[in-house]
Every structure is written in C-alpha cells, then in structure tokens.
Design a protein around this ligand. Sequence first.
Ligand code: ADP
Ligand code: MG
Length: 283
Amino acid sequence: MTITPSPANPAPPQVLLAHHLRQLKLPTFLREYEKIAAEAAHEGLDHPRYLLRLAELELIDRERRMVERRIRMAHFPAVKSFDTFDFTAIASLNKPLVLELARCEYIVARDNIIALGNSGTGKTHTCLALGLAACQRGFSVAFYTAAGLVHQLMEARDERRLLKLQAQLAAVKLLIIDELGYVPLSQTGAELLFEVFSQRHEHGSAIVTSNLPFEEWTSVFQSPRLTGALLDRLTHHVHILELNGESYRLKHSKARRRREAGKTAASADPEAAKIPPHPESRC
Ligand code: ADP
Ligand code: MG
C-alpha cells in the first residue's frame, strides 16, 4: 500500500498517521502497518483482511503489555510459575487442586487460599505461581510479606494515608500475604492486618502462607479473640494447601554436595590415592 502526499495536505500522510495512531494508543499498528502492507500486497489480501491482521496483532500485543503491567504492579519478589515446580518433590501437596486453582475460578468466587507448611517446601513458589496465573488471566494482584504489609500499614497510618492504602488493598482482585507467622505482630500491627482481611471478606480473594498451623496463629496476633475472628473470615470459603516435608533447598543442596563429592573422588588420581603421603612430606 503506497501513500502519496497531496497538494491539499502538505504533511506526509505517514507523519499524520503516526501522530493519530499514537493518539489512539495503537503502537503495534504504527510499528507494523508498513510491513503488513507489504505482506498483504504480496499475498493479495484485500483491505479488510489487511486491517484485520493489524487489529489482531494490536490485540495480542495489548494483552501481553497488560499482563506485563499487572506483573509489575504485583511487586512479586521473583516471577515463578508451575512450569518450574516439581510436584513429585512435595507429596503432601494436592496437585490436582493446585492446577485447578491455577485456572483462577476461586478469584471469581472470591474464595481464599491458605498454604501451610514448614520452611523451604515451596509455599512462596506456589503463591508466586498462582499470582502469575492470575495476572495472565486478567486479575490484578498485590504481593506482600505479612511483615512488609504491616510495616506499610503502620507507615501509612503515621502519614495519614491509611484510608488510601486500605482502599488500594481492598480493590485488588488477589491479595497475597506471604510468611505469616515468622514475626509476631504488635497489637496495632495485628489490628491493621485484621482490618485488611475484614475489608476484603467476600469482596476479593487472598492467599496467605504460613509456617504455623492454625492452632499457633494466636502467637502471631497475640489476641485469641482477634485470631478467632480472623480465622472465621479467612476460612469461610477457603482452599487449604498443605506443604509439609523436607525443605526443597536443603534436599537440593545435599544432593549437590553429594554430586560434587562424587566428582571430586572420581577425578582424583587413583594411583596417588593408593599411596598415603609420607608423614614428613612438606607438601
Ligand atoms: P517456602 O516459602 O515454603 O519457605 P520456597 O517457595 O521459598 O519455600 O522454596 C525455596 C526454594 O526452593 C525456592 O527457590 C523455590 O523455587 C524452590 N522450590 C521449593 N519447592 C520446589 C518444588 N517442588 N519444585 C521446584 N522448586 C521448588
Ligand atoms: Mg517462603
């Protein structure tokens, strides 16, 4: 498709088109229209099919940009997916349930997820992968550690912007709170966190991970009354994931050490290994 400037319109049409496409926020149209025009001419495509191809490219790119934006906004400490998760390493984890949850219907139903288990068993990996799946399926996500969220809530309260932060936390479709239980909370911290759960109750989903079984949550929130009220809300519609077993990190570092020890033994000179060093040897 060739575009010729006319005397009535001295600006080259490409310049105006670029301007209009930017105004219309169609960056893929702008980037691709010449290339696709050449392809369309080559393949003998008519104008509607040429435009359709461009529109499809714009839609695909827009979806990708939105997923990337949701991932940035979620503030994940790392981007992890189930592609790199070895379900055979953690027998206690209900794989069919996890894969079902990765389809994100629990977010539409506003259910919660609680992942419980000892350290290093993949709780953070699991909630990051569920968070990523949610971003990919169009849901807004926010990731916090429990201690980090409480810190931000206290800071917001001191700076008189607590309502704004609470509104943001209430608006997000999936709120992930990792590592509840590692640090006991102050009374104010516990109350602020309780309020977050209270405001989200039946309005939006939350994923909470903890190294502590429910019976020990009182040690985090200090007050049995507050803990009871929180568990009541959080477990109203909940899917529980159990990750109990040997730490994945520990298992892998042990396996690595074993492999390295094996390599060292194999690469050592077998003859030298047979001759013990002379007691007076200086080397
Ligand atoms: P937790 O949050 O339960 O302490 P993490 O999710 O941080 O554990 O896991 C520790 C490390 O081991 C992470 O790098 C994680 O990606 C990895 N990991 C844990 N479990 C698995 C698994 N089943 N498959 C693959 N990697 C795993
Ligand atoms: Mg963790």
